[in-house]
Ligand binder design. Sequence first.
Ligand SMILES: NC(=O)c1ccc[n+]([C@@H]2O[C@H](COP(=O)([O-])OP(=O)(O)OC[C@H]3O[C@@H](n4cnc5c(N)ncnc54)[C@H](O)[C@@H]3O)[C@@H](O)[C@H]2O)c1
Length: 461
Amino acid sequence: MDRRKFIKGVGLAAGAAFVMPRFSIARGRDLNSRVNVAFVGTANIGEMSINGVNGDGKSNFAAFCDLREGAMRATLDKMRKKGIDIPQNAPQFVDYRQMLDKMGKDIDAVCVSTPDHSHFKIALDCMQAGKHVAVQKPLTHNVWQCRELDRARKHYKLQTQMLNQGHATDSIRMIREWYDSGVCGDVREVHVMCSGPGWGNIYFKKPKEGFPLNKEPAPSYWDMWINQAAMRDYNSIYEPLSWRGFWDFGTGMLGDWFCHTGDAPVWSMELYDPVSVELIDADCSFDQKVFIPNGSTVKWTFPATSKRPECVMYWYDGNREPITRPKDFDAGRKLPTSGMLMIGDKHTLETGPRPNINPRMSNTEFWLEFRKNRPAKTLPRVRKDSVYCEWLDAIRGEGPEASSNFGVSSRLTETALLGTLAQRFGGKIEWDAKNMRSPNRPEIADYIKEPERAGWLSKAF
Ligand SMILES: NC(=O)c1ccc[n+]([C@@H]2O[C@H](COP(=O)([O-])OP(=O)(O)OC[C@H]3O[C@@H](n4cnc5c(N)ncnc54)[C@H](O)[C@@H]3O)[C@@H](O)[C@H]2O)c1
């Protein structure tokens, strides 16, 4: 795609994602143009990004980058065997900075599918090279990075998307339409549950030797994998995949799942900028500041807005049931340990672990009546219910700014990351959102904005 013909979007306020934005006015736009997409992080969830972009049907595979060259080759072969048309000579890189340097003019957009701690620097470097970006969830590893990426979206006027798939679905729009119809009444309590971590699976491993970890020979890419985080000795438990348990890199179950399970209530009810977030209790095998809990309960308190009264939200991991049993919950039905409840003074609305899994009103008798005459659809739907199509359509100027653009997803991620701060540092953390600080816990300032390692500083803008 000719970059000079490229339409670049003008940032929208977070809540206005569904309004057809001004940037879609055709200014030299080439509607038949194909978007040249590059991928940073190709194995594991990177495969989902390759599949997703392939599903768009109107994009090219411009380049691939992964620190683990063998894993990258294996992924591309696997994708080709599945019938995805990836050229045999598609450019491959180990260092995304070289990819941007060497192929910058041939890349329009980048999908970032690396571990949580490296999303920020990679995404920002791509944006500063003029690329539209789509980034896995959670958007970033700390609150400051969330706000910076949204500032970059507005500053560089680029199309952005966080790849929390549920946000492009019909279901999440339906849930918001149900909530807006008033069927729940006033919702003052939200519960978000996640049954993991499933210790011993590919994602969550406990260090057998405890801490400190044994030093193992580091692969040549270790410095690049560490990215902005503090350097340390290599241990193969960190990567791939099982970095999730270590707070310096991952964000635990909460960071892994909240952007799916908590997305519908946060977006529908605008659960942003809590006045406090509190760890009710946690069960930990290791130092709580270093390694994630086996199970925990976290509580946020959101002040009243013009749209709703004050609301508390609870998060549970480790297979815990919500502490409240809604009055209208079917007698005899077990409370879920994975899913979401929005408890209203009239009715309770629930979903499974993603907004598009079993959305329903909790009371079966009421649900059977309600579904015969559901609230009208008022929100526009997304092509193929796909976060990728939505983002690529926005880049081509064929659709509005994507609904999980960084204006929206940075706020969802910020709510999630405040929960992880409570899990990590315990107690009650009062939150001054405007000034991005905790008045009663000044010691967490270095985690609200983590230090950037020398050689990996982000470029000011
Ligand atoms: N949307 C979803 O449903 C979903 C599901 C799973 C994971 N995720 C998210 O996707 C991201 C990646 O998770 P994963 O489980 O695939 O992790 P992973 O450890 O398997 O990393 C993915 C790939 O990125 C490569 N990589 C790591 N750092 C890199 C760098 N600096 N440059 C280039 N390549 C690099 C790795 O070698 C690996 O092949 C995480 O943020 C995770 O939370 C999202």
